[in-house]
Structures are given as structure tokens and as C-alpha cells.
Write a protein that binds this ligand. Structure first.
Ligand code: ZN
Length: 386
């Protein structure tokens, strides 16, 4: 009966349902499910102090490494209770993200899910950004936006950039940068209100030694290995930061306290889980030059690529109007040739054992004559030299 470990009360784990919204135009920014799963695993590792590189934390902070006790799980139910794999994909030119508030059109309720938008570029030049609880200008923008190649460590990601999401989730859970409320490290010594992170300017690259990390106060090594610094050698939160994040998850500010409630874990299909799902059909076109072109001339063809998501597609069928010929009715990509002008439709049915779904898009097929009429024909015949 002597088992002192059993006397310890297990620390609560805060479970957060997560949904990723991948915005893409058919390129490598349409990252794989596997890359997203890898990113979730990295979050769970870092937020439960399971990362092996805590061994590299410098002596001054070895006893301050915080276990945030947060677990992230991909949702298996969407806000309507439908089956989801926690990853939505949208063919959307806003994958070149301009931070326009009205572009957050895919967000699921923030009191039920942590929303992560994966995009190709961010106009501000950031790798990712989000809002501290209570500071988002809208409900829908209370989300994380991040570049596809800063998600996970595989596919388009890599180990070096994979902690960017750990950093952004820290903001979303109410952690400022270790130097305070600006986005500019290395400028001014500052405090972010967490007592066990020393005053610092922050670092934009990893200092070569602890001596080089004593900037603001003589003899005080700064916590340049913190996830909330920009040093790119981050390996830890402090215990004070972990407490601050746990408090954010217990607070009604920005409805964060509903996320890990047992009712919400059921509603989002995190516990118990739901599924497997049927695919959600979608597709894009490729002309050989341009993606998502839906206006061509009679007699021309387009390549159509299956971009269905939510589950693996085990069978598919393409169809079209207007006497179009389809090179590969059950394959992807398939080439469809449109002989006749007019507004034609292309339909994809994607299926697996759980069910099927249908997506239809229109293709505007112009008469060839339109191009002859509009072209400017010029002949140099007869312009004899003087
Ligand atoms: Zn930041």
C-alpha cells in the first residue's frame, strides 16, 4: 500500500477541440492531412512538456519549465453535428491572405473550437498571427492564421518552423511575447506580466551563450528559449506561463472556458469520437497555365482535379453537359473537352463506404467567333519601302 504517487492528485488536462481550415488554389499550400496531424502532435508534445529538447534548456531555467497540461484534438463533429475529420479545405484566392476581417468566412464558433486558417502567403509578412483573448475585432477572427510551411515538420513544413504554431497558440491562450506587447524584439527591455520570465528585449535569433543572453539586467540570463520569443531555439514555457494559459481556459473572456467543458467535448466529437466520414466533393481546374479557370473557347479543354476532403475518396464520377468529352470519367485529374459554346456544368460525385457528395461548377464556353471578332488583325503586306 505504499505508493506515494497515488496520493498525488492528477493535474487536469484541458482538452481543446481544433479545426484547421486550409485555403488553397490547388498548389502545395493544400497540405496533407498527415502534415496537419503532425502539427497537432507537436502541439500536444510542447503543451504537455513531452518535448525531448527540454534537455537543452539552460541551467537557469531547468526548474521553471512549465507543463501547460493542454491537449489538442481534431474535432469529429462540425457545428451542425455532421461528421468531420477536423480539416476543411476551400479553393479560395484568399489563400494569399490580406488580413481582411470579412475573409474569416470559414470559422466555426470560437466557444466550441480553436480555429486555425492555413494559407499560402500573409501580406503583412508574418508567418502567423492571432489575437489575445478578448482582443479579436470579431468573433470569426478569434482564430489563428498561419503559413502552410509553418504547420508541422513534414510535407511543406520542417522542424525549424514547426514551433510557430506553438507560439501562436500561446497568444491565443493569453501569452504576450516575453518582452511585452509589441511585435518587435530587440528594441526595448520589457515585461509581459509573467513573474518567472525575466525582463528582456527578446531575441530574433538564438544567442550564442547564456552570457550573450544577459542584456537587460547584469547577471540575469533571459529566457531566450521560451516559445514566446523569436529566437528560433524555443523549447519551453515557464510554469508562470502555463498557469496564465490555464487561467485563460478557466475564464469567460472570449468564451475560452467553454472549450474543454464535457458538454463541448461531446458536441465537437472529441470525447466520444464520431465517424468515419464520407468525403465532401470539390474540385479545381488547370489549363496548363492557370488554376481555377472556368472560361474557355469552344473546342478547348481543361484539366479537372479532385480536391475532395473530409475522408479518402474510394470512387468518383465526373459528368458534364454540352456534349463534352471526358477523358477519365473515374480518375483525377481528368481532361474535359467542350465542343459547344454556352454555360456548361461539370459535376463530381465523390464516394466512400460511408456515403457520397456532389459538387457542380459552371464553365463558360465562348464561341470561337468571339475571339476572331475581338482580335486586331494587321497586315504589313503592301507597305512598300519608300
Ligand atoms: Zn507572436
Amino acid at each position: 500500500y505504499k505508493n506515494p504517487e497515488q496520493k498525488m492528485t492528477a493535474a487536469p488536462i484541458y482538452t481543446i477541440p481544433v479545426v484547421f481550415h486550409v485555403l488553397h488554389m490547388g498548389g502545395s499550400e493544400n497540405i496533407s492531412d498527415a502534415q496537419i496531424l503532425d502539427a497537432v502532435n507537436i502541439l500536444n508534445r510542447d503543451y504537455q512538456k513531452l518535448n525531448s529538447d527540454t534537455s537543452l534548456v539552460v541551467t537557469q531555467f531547468k526548474n521553471l519549465i512549465g507543463d501547460a497540461r493542454v491537449e489538442f484534438r481534431l474535432a469529429t463533429k462540425d457545428p451542425s453535428g455532421n461528421c468531420t475529420n477536423g480539416i476543411t479545405r476551400h479553393i479560395d484566392p484568399n489563400t494569399n491572405w490580406t488580413s481582411t476581417l470579412s475573409h474569416y468566412i470559414y470559422s466555426w464558433p470560437r466557444n466550441m473550437y480553436m480555429n486555425i486558417y492555413v494559407v499560402k502567403t500573409i501580406a503583412s509578412g508574418a508567418a502567423g498571427y492571432t489575437y489575445l483573448p478578448g482582443t479579436s475585432p470579431s468573433l470569426a477572427s478569434d482564430a489563428i492564421v498561419i503559413l502552410h510551411d509553418y504547420v508541422g515538420s513534414i510535407g511543406t513544413g520542417n522542424a525549424g518552423t514547426s514551433r510557430a504554431l506553438t507560439h501562436e497558440v500561446g497568444h491565443w491562450l493569453n501569452l504576450p511575447h516575453v518582452w511585452g506587447g509589441t511585435n518587435n524584439p530587440g528594441v526595448a527591455c520589457g515585461d509581459e506580466g509573467v513573474s518567472d520570465t525575466p525582463i528582456t528585449k527578446g531575441f530574433s535569433s538564438c544567442p550564442s551563450s547564456t552570457t550573450a543572453a544577459m542584456i537587460c539586467n547584469p547577471g540575469i540570463v533571459e529566457n531566450y528559449q521560451n516559445y514566446m520569443d523569436y529566437s528560433y531555439c524555443s523549447r519551453m514555457f515557464t510554469t508562470g506561463q502555463a498557469t496564465r494559459m490555464n487561467n485563460a481556459l478557466l475564464s469567460a473572456t472570449a468564451q475560452r472556458n467553454n472549450l474543454s467543458s464535457s458538454g463541448n467535448l461531446t458536441a465537437t466529437g472529441v470525447n466520444p469520437t464520431f465517424g468515419p466520414c464520407a468525403p465532401i466533393a470539390d474540385f479545381y481546374t488547370y489549363s496548363g497555365v492557370t488554376y481555377n479557370l472556368y472560361t474557355i473557347c469552344a473546342g478547348q479543354s481543361l484539366s479537372f482535379v479532385d480536391a475532395s476532403y473530409n475522408a479518402a475518396v474510394t470512387s468518383r464520377t465526373w459528368s458534364s453537359t454540352g456534349g463534352a468529352t471526358i477523358s477519365n470519367v473515374n480518375g483525377s485529374p481528368t481532361t474535359i473537352t467542350f465542343p459547344n459554346p454556352g454555360v456548361q456544368t461539370v459535376t463530381l460525385v465523390s464516394s466512400n463506404a460511408q456515403g457520397s457528395s456532389t459538387k457542380t461548377k459552371t464553365v463558360n464556353v465562348l464561341p470561337n467567333a468571339a475571339f476572331i471578332t475581338n482580335s486586331y488583325q494587321e497586315s504589313f503586306e503592301g507597305t512598300g519601302l519608300p
